[in-house]
Write a protein that binds this ligand. Structure first.
Ligand code: ZN
Length: 730
C-alpha cells in the first residue's frame, strides 16, 4: 500500500516536470499550441528539432534541422561551429507551458546548451530563449533553425526588411552572403542593411513570422538561403559578450499569420508600438530644423569628374556657385525648394574618410555657395563616407600612410579574429584602408572634429554614415579596445554615443546614413539615403520601413547608386517615374541625380552618358511638380501620418527589366495614411499613359485630382488616372 502510494507520488513529480530522456522516446513529438489561434509548434522529443509549425498544414519542410547552431571563437581566432546534433545527450523537460531541451556531451569542448520555448497568448507567438554554459568565447547562436517550403506564385515569397523592405518571390535569386570579417556593407545584419529584426514568408495559405522582439537591439544576422530542400530562415544572435556563459531572454519569436506582407509587418509594428523608447513623433520633434518639414527635393551631383571612378578634375558644377542657375531652374520647374547634396566635394579625396575638411576649393568657396543657396530658399547637404580610414586614395594623389605609421593608428582599427589587420572591403575602388573601430577615442574625436568643421560652413545635412549602411559600424574582434572581442550591441551603442555627441555639438544639424537608418539609430539619423531601386536586385521593393516607422522619420529617395546595374533602363524607360511615385508614397523627399550639364541621370555612378540613355526629362519634372503640390498640401499625412493597409484595386501592370529577370509592378501605386482619425488614400499613375483602376470599394467615395480641386463622388467602380497624376481619396 505504502509502496504504491510512493509510486503515485513519484509519478506525480515526474509528470509535473515531465522529465523525459530524449533517447527513450525516439520519433515522438511534443507540441505547444497558441490557444486562441490554434497554431501549433511541435518538436522532436529526441533531438529538439522543430518539426511542425502551422494549423492545417505544416509550413516547415521535413528536414529535421538541429534546434540550434552555435559558433565559438578559439583563442587563436579560428571559428568552431557546433549544432544540437553534436550533443551526446539531449533531454527535455516540460514545466507548465515551457519546454526546455538541454544538451551536453560535446566533443573537444566542455559546454552545455539549453533552449526553451513557450507560447505567448498575448502576441500569439512562440518565444524562444537559449542559454550556453561555457568558459569560452561565444560568437553567435542560431536558434531555432527552421526551413520553410518553396512557393511558386508572384505574390508569395520572403519578406525581408533589407534596405527598406524587399520581397523575394523567388528565393533562389537572393545572393546570400556569409557575414565574415572584414565587413561588407551589404551583409544581412541587424542593425545594418537589415533595418528591422524579423523575416517572414508569405503564402496563399498563411505565413511564417520569425523575429526578434528585443528592446536591447542585440546584433543579429537576419537572412535567408535557398537550399536543395526549401528556404532556410536564419536569425543568429551575436551576444557580444566577454568569454563565458550567456543566456538570452525570450525575445526570439516564431509564429504564423494570415494575409499578405502587411500582416507580417503588423506583428512587428504591434511590438514596436509598445517598445520604442527614445523615438519622438515627427509632429512633436522640436529638435528638427524648419527645412525638414518643407517639400524640398534633393538634387545630388558631383563637382569633380562625372562618376565615382572618373578622373577627379573639377567639372562644370565647380566652383560650387556654378550650379546655382541649374538649381534655380529645377526649383522653378518643379515648384520645390532644393537641397543640393554634394559628392566629390571633400578636400582630402573623394570618399576618403575620416578626413574631409577643408572642402575642395576651400572653405570660402563652399560658404559662398551655402549663402547663395540660402538666398534662393535652398539648403546644402554633403555626403561623407562613414567610419573608414583611408590609407591611400585610388582616385587622386592622397596618402595618409605616414600619419598612420607615425601615429600608430593601427591601434584604432577594427581587427580580425586572429588579431591581424587586413584591408577593408569598403569602397575598394575608391580607396584602400581600414575600418575604424567605433569604440576608440581616436575615432570619436576625429569624427566629432570633422563634423564641427563641416557644420561651420552652414551645411544643413551630413550623410556622415555613407558606406555604413543602416548606420551600423563594422565588426571588430580586437582584444585591446576595451570591448568584447566579438561583434555585438556594443558596436551600435558606441555609434549611437557618437551620433548623440555630434548632434549635441551641432544643434539643428541633421545626420544620415546609406540606406535608411536601422531601428536603433532612427532617433539620431533622421534623414537617410533610402533607395528602393536596389531591391530589384533579385526581389522587389515594398514600403515596409515606411509602414513601421513613418511617423518617426523622413528619408530621401537617395542617389540610387548601382541602380542602373540592376535595372535595364533602356528596356524600362519609365523606371525613374516609378521610383519617384514609390518614394513619394513612402513619405520620402524626392531626389534627382544630375550630371554637370544639369541632365537627369538614372543613378549615381552610371558610366553611360549617351544622350538616349537618360530619364524622360519633361515627364520626370512634370511628375515631381505634381507630387510636390501634394507634399505641400498634405504634410500631416505624407510626412507625419500613420501608414494604413493600402486600398485594394485592380489596374494594369508593367514589367521592370532587372538583372535577374522581369518583375511585374502595378501601373498605379498606392499608400494610405491616417492622421487625427481621418484616412487619406493616395493613388499615383507613374506611367506616361492614362491608367484605369477598378474596385467596387470606390463606389460612393470622394476623391480629387488636385490638392485644391473639386471633390468628385465616385459613381462607378472605375476611375481613370491621366498620365503622371495623383488622386487623393477620402
Ligand atoms: Zn574594436
Amino acid at each position: 500500500m505504502l509502496k504504491s502510494k510512493l509510486g503515485c507520488l513519484l509519478l506525480l513529480v515526474a509528470c509535473s516536470l515531465f522529465l523525459v530522456a530524449c533517447s527513450q522516446s525516439e520519433g515522438e513529438e511534443v507540441s505547444l499550441t497558441i490557444k486562441d489561434s490554434g497554431y501549433r509548434l511541435s518538436m522532436d522529443k529526441k533531438t529538439g528539432s522543430v518539426v511542425y509549425l502551422g494549423k492545417k498544414e505544416n509550413f516547415l519542410i521535413d528536414s529535421n534541422e538541429p534546434l540550434f547552431r552555435i559558433r565559438f571563437r578559439n583563442a587563436d581566432g579560428t571559428p568552431q561551429i557546433y549544432t544540437a546534433a553534436d550533443a551526446a545527450s539531449c533531454t527535455f523537460t516540460k514545466k507548465g507551458k515551457r519546454l526546455t531541451f538541454s544538451y551536453s556531451g560535446f566533443s573537444d569542448r566542455n559546454f552545455q546548451v539549453s533552449v526553451s520555448v513557450t507560447p505567448n497568448k498575448k502576441d500569439g507567438l512562440f518565444h524562444f530563449s537559449m542559454k550556453v554554459d561555457t568558459d569560452d568565447q561565444l560568437e553567435w547562436m542560431e536558434y531555432p533553425c527552421i526551413s520553410v517550403k518553396e512557393t511558386s506564385s508572384e505574390d508569395e515569397g520572403i519578406l525581408w526588411p533589407y534596405n527598406e523592405g524587399a520581397f523575394f518571390s523567388d528565393a533562389s535569386k537572393h545572393n546570400y552572403i556569409e557575414p565574415e570579417y572584414p565587413s561588407q556593407g551589404n551583409y544581412g545584419m541587424y542593425p545594418g542593411m537589415v533595418l528591422t529584426p524579423f523575416i517572414a514568408q508569405v503564402t496563399h495559405n498563411g505565413g511564417v513570422y520569425f523575429g526578434a522582439h528585443d528592446p536591447a537591439h542585440n546584433t543579429r544576422q537576419v537572412d535567408f538561403r535557398k537550399t536543395d530542400e526549401g528556404i532556410h530562415l536564419q536569425i543568429r544572435l551575436y551576444p557580444g559578450m566577454e568569454k563565458g556563459s550567456y543566456a538570452s531572454s525570450d525575445e526570439t519569436v516564431l509564429g504564423c499569420f494570415e494575409g499578405n506582407w502587411y500582416a507580417a509587418a503588423d506583428i512587428y509594428r504591434n511590438y514596436f508600438d509598445i517598445h520604442h523608447e527614445g523615438f519622438v513623433r515627427l509632429e512633436e520633434n522640436k529638435s528638427l530644423p524648419k527645412w525638414y518639414f518643407e517639400p524640398y527635393t534633393v538634387l545630388t551631383y558631383c563637382v569633380r569628374g562625372h562618376h565615382d571612378m572618373d578622373e577627379m578634375s573639377p567639372n562644370k558644377l565647380f566652383p560650387y556657385v556654378n550650379a546655382i542657375p541649374i538649381i534655380e531652374d529645377f526649383s522653378k520647374q518643379t515648384g520645390a525648394p532644393i537641397m543640393a547634396l554634394l559628392m566629390h566635394w571633400e578636400g582630402s579625396a573623394p570618399w576618403a574618410p575620416p578626413y574631409v575638411w577643408p572642402p575642395y576649393g576651400g572653405e570660402e568657396a563652399l560658404k559662398e555657395f551655402v549663402n547663395r543657396m540660402h538666398d534662393i530658399g535652398g539648403e546644402v547637404g554633403v555626403y561623407c563616407s562613414g567610419l573608414g580610414w583611408t590609407q591611400k586614395s585610388n582616385l587622386i594623389d592622397y596618402d595618409k600612410s605616414q600619419d598612420f605609421v607615425e601615429g600608430h593608428l593601427e591601434k584604432y582599427m577594427c581587427l580580425a579574429p586572429d588579431g591581424s589587420l587586413p584591408l577593408s572591403r569598403i569602397c575598394t575602388y575608391q580607396r584602400s584602408g581600414y575600418d575604424l573601430c567605433p569604440s576608440t577615442e581616436f575615432t570619436k574625436n576625429t569624427l566629432l572634429e570633422e563634423m564641427k568643421k563641416i557644420r561651420s560652413s552652414g551645411v544643413a545635412y551630413i550623410q556622415m554614415m555613407d558606406q555604413n549602411h543602416g548606420g551600423t559600424p563594422y565588426m571588430c574582434y580586437s582584444h585591446e579596445h576595451g570591448h568584447p572581442a566579438v561583434p555585438g550591441k556594443w558596436e551600435s551603442e558606441a555609434a549611437n554615443e557618437l551620433y548623440e555627441q555630434v548632434l549635441k555639438d551641432n544643434p539643428g544639424l541633421v545626420l544620415g546614413c546609406e540606406s535608411a537608418a536601422a531601428e536603433p539609430f532612427i532617433p539620431k539619423l533622421l534623414f537617410s539615403d533610402n533607395r528602393c531601386g536596389l531591391n530589384f536586385n533579385g526581389g522587389q521593393p515594398v514600403p515596409l520601413y515606411s509602414y513601421i516607422y513613418h511617423e518617426y522619420v523622413t528619408n530621401f529617395m537617395g542617389n540610387n547608386v548601382c541602380g542602373d546595374m540592376f535595372i535595364d533602363c533602356r528596356k524600362t524607360p519609365e523606371i525613374f517615374q516609378y521610383r519617384l511615385a514609390y518614394s513619394f508614397l513612402a513619405g520620402d523627399f524626392l531626389t534627382i541625380v544630375i550630371n554637370d550639364e544639369g541632365i537627369i541621370q538614372w543613378a549615381w555612378g552610371q558610366r553611360d552618358f549617351s544622350p538616349e540613355y537618360r530619364p524622360d526629362h519633361e515627364a520626370s519634372l512634370s511628375l515631381i511638380k505634381v507630387l510636390t503640390e501634394w507634399r505641400k498640401a498634405c504634410p500631416e499625412y505624407l510626412q507625419c501620418g500613420r501608414t494604413l493597409h493600402p486600398l485594394v484595386f485592380e489596374c494594369g501592370t508593367s514589367q521592370i527589366f532587372t538583372s535577374t529577370g522581369p518583375v511585374n509592378v502595378p501601373d498605379v501605386l498606392t499608400t494610405s495614411y491616417e492622421h487625427n482619425g481621418k484616412a487619406l488614400h493616395f493613388l499615383v499613375n507613374w506611367r506616361n499613359t492614362e491608367i484605369k483602376v477598378h474596385s467596387s470599394a470606390f463606389v460612393g467615395k470622394e476623391y480629387t485630382f488636385h490638392p485644391n480641386g473639386e471633390k468628385i463622388k465616385c459613381q462607378s467602380k472605375d476611375i481613370v488616372l491621366p498620365p503622371l497624376s495623383v488622386i487623393a481619396m477620402y
